[in-house]
Ligand binder design. Structure first.
Ligand code: ZN
Ligand code: ZN
Length: 443
C-alpha cells in the first residue's frame, strides 16, 4: 500500500494509526478497515475511491479512536470521565459572525436542552470560571489542534476532567465555516454540530452507529438517538440514581442545588446507603410520613404543632412503624374507637385493609380482656406476618416495579416482623444494586 500523504495524515489525526507507523505496515490495512467501519463503507482495507471521498467528508475534529478504546465499534463509547456535579456551568467566550447573537444563544440553550432531556443535568451560563467554555476560532486558536479552514474539521470538544487540563469540557467551533440554521450546501447547521460537540463535553466518544448524534460525520441527528441516550445515561448513572430518589422517595422533581449537593457527595465518596439515609430521614420525607398518618389513621389534616413534633421524632430516627403504633394508642384514636371491639375492627380495616376473620378477631378480643394494652395490640398488627408481607410487597412494586421473588419477599418480611424501621427498608431497596441499575432505564 502506498504511503499516500493525505491518507496517512487523516488516519493519524483521527486516531486510527499511531504516529511513526506507516500504511505499509501490518497495521495499515487494519487502520483503513476501522475507518471504513466508522464511515459505513465496505471494510476492504483498501484505500479505494470511495474511501478517499470519505476522508473529505465534513466532520468533527475529535479522534475516532483513543488509544485503548478499540472495542467501541457498534455501540456508544463513553470516554470514562464524567462531571462530578449536576449544575454544569458554561461561558460563551465569543460567537460566530455568521448568525445573530440572540439566535446563537438560543441554539446553545437548545443544544444543552437536548442532553438535559435525557439525563438530570442543569446547564447554567456564567461569567466566572466555567466548567465548559464555548468559543469560535480560526486556524490556530490557542490549543494544539488548529482548525483547517472551510470544510473538513468543523469543530471539536474536550471530555470532562481530569482530561485535558483547563480545556476539559470546552467546545470549539471553526469560524472559517459558514454557520447557518438548517441544511443547505452553503453552510453547516450550527445546532447539529453543537449537540454533537456538547456530547463530547459531557463524556461521550464517537460511535460508528449510524444515525447517532455521536457519529463523527456531519450531518448527525440533533436529537440524541437511542444509542446516544443509552450512552449518556450510562455516563451519568449516579446522577440519575440521586435524581430518582427525589422522584421515588419524595415524589417530586429534584431541585437543582439539592441534586448538585448529593451528586458531589457521591463523587466525594459517600456511599449510596449514606445518601439514601439522607433522603428517608430527611425533614421533608419525615413530614410526608407524619402527614400521611394523620390522614390515614386520624382521618384529618395535621395541625402545625403536632406535625412538627412527629416530623422531628421521625427525622431523629423513629421508625414509621413505631409512629403508627403511637397514633393508634393516642387519646384521639381512642375517642374515635372507645370500645375494644371497634378498636380491633379498625386495626383490621386500616392496617390489613380487610374485614376481620372470626378466629383472629376472637384472639385479639380475648387478649384485650386479659388486659393487653392497646399499644401492644397495635404492635401485634404492625409486626404481623400479614402486614409485613403486604408492606414489603409494596416496596417491590414501588421501587423495583416488579412482583417480589419468593426468597427476597420472605427475607424482607422477616426483617420487618423483627421491627426493622420502615424507612430502613426503603433505604435497602433504593440502595440495592437492582434499583441502582434499573433506574438508568427509567429516567
Ligand atoms: Zn465528535
Ligand atoms: Zn480548539
Amino acid at each position: 500500500m502506498p504511503d499516500d500523504k493525505h491518507t496517512l495524515d487523516y488516519l493519524r489525526q483521527f486516531g486510527y494509526l499511531p504516529d511513526g507507523v506507516s500504511l505499509g505496515s501490518p497495521q495499515g490495512p487494519a487502520a483503513v478497515r476501522a475507518f471504513q467501519a466508522m464511515a459505513l463503507l465496505p471494510a476492504t482495507g483498501e484505500v479505494d475511491a470511495e474511501t478517499k471521498k470519505g476522508f473529505d467528508r465534513p466532520r468533527c475534529g475529535f479522534p475516532d479512536r483513543q488509544g485503548a478504546l478499540e472495542s467501541g465499534i457498534g455501540t456508544f463509547v463513553a470516554f470514562g470521565t464524567v462531571w462530578n456535579h449536576a449544575i454544569i456551568t458554561y461561558r460563551i467566550n465569543n460567537l460566530s459572525e455568521d448568525l445573530p447573537e440572540e439566535r446563537q444563544r438560543a441554539l446553545i440553550e437548545t443544544a444543552w436542552g437536548r442532553w438535559q432531556s435525557v439525563v438530570p443535568l442543569v446547564f447554567r451560563e456564567t461569567n466566572e470560571e466555567p466548567d465548559i467554555e464555548i468559543r469560535f476560532g480560526a486556524g490556530s486558536h490557542g490549543d494544539n489542534f488548529p482548525f483547517d479552514g472551510p470544510g473538513g474539521v468543523l469543530a471539536h470538544a474536550f471530555f470532562p476532567p481530569p482530561n485535558a487540563g483547563a480545556l476539559a469540557g470546552d467546545a470549539h467551533f471553526d469560524e472559517e465555516e459558514t454557520w447557518q440554521e438548517g441544511f443547505s450546501s452553503r453552510g453547516f447547521d450550527l445546532l447539529t454540530v453543537m449537540v454533537h460537540e456538547f456530547g463530547h463535553s459531557l463524556g461521550l466518544s464517537h460511535t460508528s452507529v449510524p444515525s447517532s448524534t455521536m457519529n463523527p460525520f456531519y450531518p448527525t441527528p440533533s436529537v440524541p438517538a437511542t444509542d446516544d441516550r443509552a450512552g449518556i445515561r450510562s455516563v451519568y448513572r449516579r446522577h440519575i440514581w440521586a435524581a430518582s430518589l427525589y422522584r421515588d422517595i419524595l415524589g417530586r422533581r429534584f431541585d437543582d442545588e439539592g441534586l448538585d449537593g448529593w451528586v458531589r457527595g457521591l463523587f466525594a465518596g459517600a456511599s449510596p446507603q449514606d445518601v439514601a439515609r439522607g433522603f428517608v430521614y430527611s425533614e421533608e420525607h419525615s413530614g410526608q410520613i407524619a402527614t400521611d398518618l394523620y390522614f390515614s389513621l386520624l382521618d384529618r389534616a395535621p395541625e402545625p404543632a403536632g406535625l412538627a413534633g412527629w416530623r422531628s421524632q421521625l427525622q431523629q430516627g423513629m421508625g414509621r412503624q413505631s409512629a403508627i403504633v403511637a397514633f393508634l394508642d393516642s387519646s384521639e384514636y381512642r375517642n374515635k374507637h372507645p370500645q375494644d371491639d371497634a378498636f380491633i375492627d379498625s386495626l383490621y380495616r386500616r392496617l390489613l385493609r380487610r374485614p376481620p376473620d372470626a378466629g383472629g378477631f376472637d384472639f385479639w378480643r380475648q387478649r384485650m380482656r386479659d388486659g393487653m394494652p392497646r399499644f401492644e395490640v397495635a404492635r401485634g398488627f404492625i409486626l404481623s406476618d400479614e402486614y409485613c408481607r403486604a408492606f414489603s410487597r409494596s416496596l417491590y412494586t414501588r421501587f423495583l416495579r416488579r412482583e417480589p421473588d419468593t426468597a427476597g419477599w420472605q427475607d424482607w418480611t422477616s426483617r420487618l416482623t423483627r421491627g426493622l424501621n420502615h424507612q430502613d427498608a426503603v433505604l435497602g431497596f433504593v440502595a440495592s444494586p437492582e434499583y441502582q441499575s434499573a433506574v438508568e432505564n427509567w429516567w
